[in-house]
Design a protein around this ligand. Structure first.
Ligand code: ZN
Length: 194
């Protein structure tokens, strides 16, 4: 389990990335870290891309309905307007942000802010998703969380799309995807198993 290197007296901030497939608990882990930061009296701001309108406009909501208030923003540059005095910036659904997000996170970290980024590392085709690969390369700390494969019960790393829709940015509803291990994901793509 991730333990915070420190809450205080840091010379600079840093970047943490929480990544994994759908249903792997990324948002739950983000919420856990944010709650702990608040207990340590840290000022926290949470952002998500405006595209994620699944449940609520102003909440970071995990599949099991834990939630925290967040700001939906159309572009990552808006994160640079974060209020003075904020120690921790949380970012959910980071894969849907623009390619400027890694540079923005770096600027925030240089200002002394702890940046916690959660997002899908791969899209449903198994390809690195949006700004996530750059963020993974630039982060001080990386946590890859795993779901459980719906077919065989092994650890799952892939998000398998059950519909035939080819559009990459399709918001995640439980019934449209399932988590799969590498083998069951590959078999599904060959046979279109459902
Ligand atoms: Zn499997």
């Amino acid at each position: 389990m991730f333990l915070e290197p420190s809450f205080r007296n840091q010379r600079s901030g840093w970047i943490e990335v929480i990544c994994g497939s759908m249903f792997s608990g990324k948002t739950e882990e983000l919420i856990r870290r944010i709650r702990r930061a608040r207990i340590a009296n840290q000022q926290v701001a949470i952002y998500k891309p405006q595209i994620d309108i699944r449940y609520s406009d102003h909440e970071v909501v995990s599949h099991d309905a834990n939630s925290l208030t967040s700001h939906p923003v159309p572009h990552s540059r808006e994160l640079l307007n974060v209020d003075e005095g904020v120690n921790v910036v949380g970012i959910d659904e980071a894969q849907f942000f623009d390619q400027e997000l890694p540079g923005v996170c770096e600027q925030l970290a240089m200002k002394g802010i702890r940046v916690i980024v959660a997002g899908l590392d791969m899209d449903f085709r198994g390809r690195p998703f949006g700004p996530m690969p750059d963020l993974l390369a630039m982060a001080e700390y990386i946590t890859k969380v795993h779901a459980i494969c719906h077919h065989c019960g092994n650890l799952a790393t892939h998000s398998y799309r059950l519909t035939q829709d080819e559009q990459t940015v399709m918001l995640g509803e439980k019934h449209e995807y399932e988590a799969r291990c590498r083998v069951c994901y590959g078999m599904g793509n060959i046979l279109r198993l459902k």
